[in-house]
Structures are given as structure tokens and as C-alpha cells.
Design a binder for this molecule. Sequence first.
Ligand code: B12
Length: 475
Amino acid sequence: MLTLINTNTMQPAIAPVGLDYIAGAAKKAGIEVDLVDMCLAQDPAATLRDYFANHNPELVGLSFRNVDDCFWPSCQWFVPKLAELIKSLKTLTVAPIVVGGVGFSIFAGKIVEQTGADFGVCGDGERATIDLYGQLLGSRQFEKVGGLIWKQDGQIHVNKPLWPTPLSLPTGRDTIDNLTYFNRGGQVGLETKRGCSHNCIYCADKISKGDFVRVRKPTEVADEVETLLAKGIDVLHICDSEFNVSRNHAYAVCEEFVRRGLGNRLKWYTYMAVVPFDGQLAEIMRKAGCVGIDFTGDSANEKMLGVYRQRHTRDDLAKAVRLCRENSIIVMIDLLLGGPGETPATVKETIDFIKQINPDCAGAPLGVRVYPGTDMALEVAAEGPLETNPNIKRKYEGPVDLFKPTFYISHLLGPRPAKLIKDLIAGDKRFFEPIDESDMALTDHNYNDNSELVNAIKSGARGAYWHILHQLRCC
Ligand code: B12
């Protein structure tokens, strides 16, 4: 028996899609699978106690999606809670514990070291979980399990992740309670591919998903959509890092949706890079059911776009908004304000330009989370000692540790950068503005325990969170 546990209790509830895929693959490999979902349990601690009083699995797998909330005003760090959970699980079961997840993968070695987990998996979990399960029952050759972090002779060993390509995932979606997640979370996720070949300086997706694109067959993706539709779930979030990388695969997925008439039965949202995007892609996306795109815009200042190593220009941003408008797709531009070299002038240029090109909404968060293992971390290290770097911001004591929520906010923005940005936004309701330094109690564009969203979804709102919030504020 393999017992999978969803540890993510953030509200609104996001379906642990990864566990559905792992469970589907494990069942296909002949492993009996159970799920304990802490997010949907009334009393998670009691549920776990009851469960382990009656079950003795061979392996317990914990999904650890968010290591922190990646949000400068709150800087919540969830590793201590995971360590506590593992400690209490160790009193309930003798089964070894393996941890995985997208956020987990960024810090896999550190988390295994600091939380008492027996194993960790960096990257895709399907094959790794099946192989680990097999090795635990067999000859315990852990070096043969791709992406496994394991301890032997007091040392942590790290196996190279597996990046299976082409990617094939189970489409049954029958282990997690997707319908309840839909009703509580407003949408349910699925993937059309994994990995990203873009080089954005701050992004950790290369570590958790691989640095090249691994695609699923469009027919397999469409089969999964049909499975979800049959359960009554008709608003989806495509969870690829960027749906249009690669552009041709995105097009092929949409073609298959259109061929099956899915576009009339479902609405979906996704994240996209600003390029590649063109009229044909926009048109077929709309026909395939896409109603909203959140673009990784970052900035509208050419120098800052270069710093972030983005491939698009200001003109591409304008074109992306125009194509969405022409095809009745709701459009959000996500900015990233405060990176290396950002000045009041570059922020002003970005905000003025966004106002002018007029997306439905724009995310204007302050601060870039510095993830270890990224080029951003290397560049920050090259600026000199982190402790005295005026651009490094954190809310924890002691030496700078990128494992904990650590942000880059250009000191050139002055002592109150959030106020500066807010003043430039000047109450324009299209923007999700940063929280002013004098009013840190507010939440705004944070999906971590966001009661405004929870209540809206309870009252029937469905869709991407930025779209629901936009409707609450502007309509
Ligand atoms: C789509 C997305 C969203 C959507 C989700 C929509 C939906 N309906 O699913 C929205 C916009 C709602 C969202 C919100 C947030 N997100 Co988000 N999101 C993503 C994104 C792009 C995809 C996540 C995903 O579902 N992937 C698909 C699934 C199948 O993959 P997976 O979970 O990684 O699972 C695989 C492996 O990790 C592994 N695995 C998973 N569990 C387990 C368990 C075991 C035992 C094993 C062995 C393996 C394993 O195997 C799985 C299958 O191969 C990622 C970035 C990325 N490219 O992955 C960020 C990402 C996960 N989000 C992130 C964050 C911070 C958040 C928020 C906290 C932001 C905020 N403050 O509001 C919220 C949290 C919401 C919540 N309730 O949890 C961060 C987490 C980083 C971190 N520091 O930990 C990421 C990595 C982005 C980033 N680089 O900063 N997000």
C-alpha cells in the first residue's frame, strides 16, 4: 500500500494535481493507493491519527507544493510546519516517508536534511514513486531511483532527476476529489507539458520541471479534459509553466480540443510567455475554450526586460493585449517590480505603458524571490556579501539563507518602494498593487488564505483568481 498525503491546506483549495497523476501511475503499476487529503479533512490531525490506526502502508508520500508563499509582504515559510507534520507522522507509522512537489523540488536536499523525511523526489513523481516503492520491497538500490534524495551512512545522496520525454500521464483523475476542489477552488488544473526552455533569470522551474519542454500527446490531454468534464468540472487551469512554449504544441492541443468540440463545453485559463504569440494561436485558443491568459510580462522597460532575460519587447506586450482583445480573451499582464537596476523611472515607464496598452488587469508585485540554483542567485552573489547587500530583503533573523523567503528589491527605489509604486498606479483599478509599507495588514493579490476569494467562490464565482478578483473590483 502506498499512502499519499496532500499537506497543502491553503484556501482557496487548489487540487493536488500531481498526486492524481502519481496515484494513477502507481495504480497502473499494480500498487494499491490510498489518499489522505489534509485540505479537505475537517480535522486533519484526527484524520491522520484515525487513518494510521487502521493502515500500515509500505510507503507514505507527502506532497509539499508551496515551500513559502513567494510574497514579500507576508513572507510565509512552511518548512517548520512540514517538519512538525513529519515528526507527528513518525509517531503514527513506521513506514518510510517520501516528500515531493513543485516547491519542494527547488530545495529538495535541504528539506530532506531539515525535516526528518526519509526520502525526497526532485522533479516528476510518477516513475520515481513506483521505483522507490519497488526498491523498498526489493533490493533497496536507491541509486536506481531517478530524482531521489536519500540518506545513507549519515550522508545525503542526490540522484539526477528523470525528465521523461515524451511525457505520458494517466488521464483517469480518480484519486483526488476533483469535484470538491472545483467547488471550493473555482477551477481544477491539468498539464499539457512539463519543463521550460526560456531562461528567465529568476525562475526555478528549470529545477523542478527541467530545462527543456516535454510534451504530452494532444489526444491524451483532450482525454483528460473529457474525464474532468464528465465529473462536472468545466473551468480549468492549464498548469504548464508557459502554455505557448512550445507554440506549435499549444496550437496542436487547441486543434484537438476544437476537433472534439470541447471549446463549447469548457472554459480555461493559462499562463503564457509574451512571445511566441500570434493571431492564429490566439484565434484557435479562443475556439478551444481559452477565456483568460496571464502573461509573464515582468516589465515594459527594455533595460529591465534584458535584466530578466525576457525574449519580448514593449511592442510584443502591446501586441499580446491587442490579440487577446480581438479574440475576446481576458488578459492579465504580470509584472515583476524591483529587480536588479530598477529605478523610479523604469517603474514609471512600465506602469504608464501598461495603462496605455490597457489589459483587463496587471499584477504589480514588489520584490523578486531569489531562489537558490537560479542565475538570479548567482548574480546577487556577484554583487558582494548578501548580509550587507542593500537590495536583499527578508523578515527572518540571522545570516541570509535563500532557503527562507528572501527577496530582491532594488534599493534605488528608495525607502518606501511599495508606496512609490502605489502612487504611480494612482488608484487605477486594473492593477493589483503592492501593499504599502504603512499598511502591511492587507492581503490583496495573495492567494494564500484569501477570504475574499474563498467567499466569492462559495457564492458561485469560477475561474482564475486574478479574473475573479478583477470582477469583484472593477465590475
Ligand atoms: C498553475 C500554478 C498555480 C495556479 C494553480 C491553478 C490550479 N488550479 O492548479 C494558481 C494561480 C492558483 C497558483 C497559486 C499559487 N501558487 Co502557484 N504555481 C502554478 C504552477 C505554474 C504549476 C503548478 C502545478 O500544478 N503543476 C502541475 C503538477 C502536476 O505538478 P507538481 O505539483 O509539480 O507535481 C509533480 C511533482 O512536483 C511531483 N510531486 C508532487 N507531489 C508529490 C508527492 C510525492 C510523494 C512525490 C514523490 C512527488 C510529488 O510529482 C508530480 C507529478 O510529476 C507552478 C510553477 C510550475 N511551473 O510548476 C507555480 C508554483 C507552484 N506556485 C507557487 C506559489 C508560491 C503559489 C502561491 C502560494 C502564490 C500566492 N502567494 O498566492 C499560490 C498557492 C495556492 C495554493 N492554494 O496552493 C510557487 C511555489 C514556490 C515555492 N516557493 O514553494 C510555484 C513553484 C511558482 C514559483 N516558481 O514561484 N499557482
